[in-house]
Design a protein around this ligand. Structure first.
Ligand SMILES: Cc1cc2nc3c(=O)[nH]c(=O)nc-3n(C[C@H](O)[C@H](O)[C@H](O)COP(=O)(O)O)c2cc1C
Length: 219
């Protein structure tokens, strides 16, 4: 009886702690995401009707559960038996990675472990775009293609495929946000050299775009 009561309380405390540590400034720590909830969301046609780009955000942080759901929808493993993903990729190369830029640091989304792996400490959200509005978003996703996973071939051809694969992931984010009443905006206006340095990327890792996510300013 006692342990039955304690465990949900412990889980809640852990989640509150994780939320605080993910969104507070300081040393970035690994974040175990809660299990994605797959039984939420509006009907598809209503979601498509609501999809749009928003460039004004409230400062309020997105709850960790919503972030977990968002990342699963964006680029999670939707067929665990084969390891295939929520978005298609050319030849199923799965060369894309989604990074999350939060106040405490920048994290790599690991869909297998359902966790965020820190790659850099410190708040670099404002570096994920050169436009003024980017600075005000509470979180930014950065889409990175690892050309090393795309086999041999011309870099220009690989970049075209990676750009298409980025579009699918970005659209998943757009649709998820439309379903949840969240604001989102994709962009390619990024100082990629500077951001790649902050994110400690290898030369074969190419920044393809970034996308802000948050609550709309007038909620
Ligand atoms: C490939 C691509 C690149 C984009 N780059 C930017 C950008 O650099 N800055 C920006 O503010 N919006 C950018 N956008 C968002 C578009 O401006 C936006 O989708 C368009 O105005 C249509 O608005 P909607 O998404 O609300 O339908 C980009 C969209 C796409 C698909």
């Amino acid at each position: 009886m006692h342990s039955r009561l304690i465990s949900p309380v412990c889980i809640m405390i852990s989640l509150v702690f994780l939320c605080t540590s993910a969104y507070a400034a300081g040393e970035a720590q690994q974040i175990q995401l809660p299990q994605p909830q797959l039984d939420t969301g509006k009907p598809l046609m209503q979601v498509i009707k609501a999809r749009k780009t928003t460039r004004e955000y409230s400062e309020e942080q997105v709850p960790l559960q919503t972030l977990s759901n968002l990342l699963w929808a964006a680029w999670g493993i939707n067929r665990p038996d084969s390891g295939r993903r929520s978005a298609p990729s050319a030849l199923n190369r799965q060369e894309m990675d989604v990074y999350v830029s939060l106040p405490a640091g920048t994290y790599l989304y690991d869909p297998k472990a359902n966790s965020l792996v820190p790659v850099a400490s410190g708040d670099s959200r404002a570096m994920t775009g050169t436009q003024e509005w980017v600075k005000h978003a509470p979180m930014n996703l950065v889409f990175v293609a690892d050309l090393a996973k795309m086999g041999s071939g011309e870099e220009a051809a690989q970049m075209i495929l990676a750009a298409m694969d980025t579009g699918y992931i970005s659209e998943n984010v757009y649709l998820f946000c439309a379903s949840e009443g969240l604001a989102t905006g994709f962009r390619v206006t990024i100082d990629k050299a500077k951001l790649a340095e902050i994110m400690k990327l290898r030369p074969e890792q190419k920044i393809m775009g970034a996308q802000s996510v948050g609550f709309p300013k007038s909620k």
